[in-house]
Design a protein around this ligand. Sequence first.
Ligand code: AMP
Ligand code: ZN
Length: 496
Amino acid sequence: MSNRYLNNELLVFNSLSRKKEPFKPVESGYVGMYVCGPTVYSNVHLGNCRTFMSFDMIYRYLLHLGYKVRYVRNITDAGHLEHDEDEGEDKIAKKARLERIEPMEVVQRYTVDFHQTLEQFNLLPPSIEPTATGHIIEQIEIIQSIIDKGYAYVKNGSVYFDVLKFNSDHAYGKLSGRKLEDMVANTRGLQGHIEKKNPQDFALWKKAEPQHIMRWSSPWGDGFPGWHIECTAMSTKYLGANFDIHGGGMDLKFPHHECEIAQAEAHSGHTPVNYWLHANMLTLNGKKMSKSTDNNIYPHEIFSGENRIFTRAFSPSVVRFFMMQAHYTSILDLSQEALEAAEKGYQRLLEGHKRAQTLEALGQTSSFNVTDWVDRCYAAMNDDFNTPILIAQLFEGVKQINLLHDHPKGMTAEDLELLRTTLSTFTFDVLGLKDESQQDSGHFEKLSGVVELLIAQRNQARERKDFATSDQIRDDLARLGIQLKDSKEGTTFSLS
Ligand code: AMP
Ligand code: ZN
């Protein structure tokens, strides 16, 4: 393995055991990780982004440690019904009906939005991004296997998972800590679930009514898969019947993940996942950010500053830094003050980083032990990916850089190099932050190249006395906020 820290103990908080456990992958050096992706019926809000950013940080750290990671994050493009229920309209089909477009146009539009948004936040793409509609056959096969093993029943063209039967020889509710007896005691009657033996049963396959357009043929007639079975089918297909990490937002623990465990155990007899990781919610005004209520903000509204919540814009890296300052299992509330503080903090980190590139170490000894500091950075991340502690350590590194700036004799060249690379590795590779000022200067270089090219074209036009063209170039650039200034030395430009 490439990283000497791979052999240090990485502790992860496992929602299944409710404690931190040493991380031991099924196959040494390899990690299989599945994260529930979005249901692509609307734009992703900042809350959704927080969950995906948390797992991007985890993915990045595992890669940094030298693991070969297969990261599967699906796209839910069918089967997710309104209010996460077994009755009602498909979220995507409903949007298609309201917008008078094809369901697959809805899927395409919001999948593109999802990708563009995550790219702005500098998320790495997963290794595989499978779709529910691309895995109907795999879902049907698993449903059939669950029926064959006696844990599901067919009713009027739909298939339901028999939770009571499953619970008689397995434990239903172990992830969420719910007891089936309590669930049964708390539900009166079947409340609209006329086809189910028990209200706790959940749909594996639903018969499609004539008006339901997203439909596929199956051994039980035309229909569509239930919401939970897609993740079981796709995780089993790409990661096997028993894999390392399954992630998602805290709100998916029940029923979605509980049902995934039941389905997989009924199908393969194996517990599917060794470590269940849940990312906590982003709140706004103290309430969960959510698609179904208006309590949300979209990333583009933050980047442009055009929103009703904040008085100015914040960049993607500032928002990402704000997210990384909280532990992924803690609730995090979004506010202008918090973003402003994050902006200041991030600037300080970047300045320290830039200053580190310009320093030369002249000393022989150091009162600051850089190797111990590096160990503390890894210890933070090895303690269930504790990014707030890591960031505190990075600030400690910046403090040493600033001290060294004032007293160049304070560190050996070797130590300075270690400090420099560790600072940059954790900031950019692990936390996934970007130096946006450098990115802007890259853009500026390109822009000046293009303007210089137009200036040359304008000069040629003037030489051949084609003043119409030369004036047009000048006026068109002025409309774009680029002013040309002619002098004896030549033409220069300025941006307004
Ligand atoms: P959905 O498209 O609704 O299935 O959500 C996609 C992901 O975003 C899931 O993992 C959810 O748990 C997560 N999510 C939804 N709301 C929030 C929130 N307010 N904060 C953090 N994650 C969220
Ligand atoms: Zn899922």
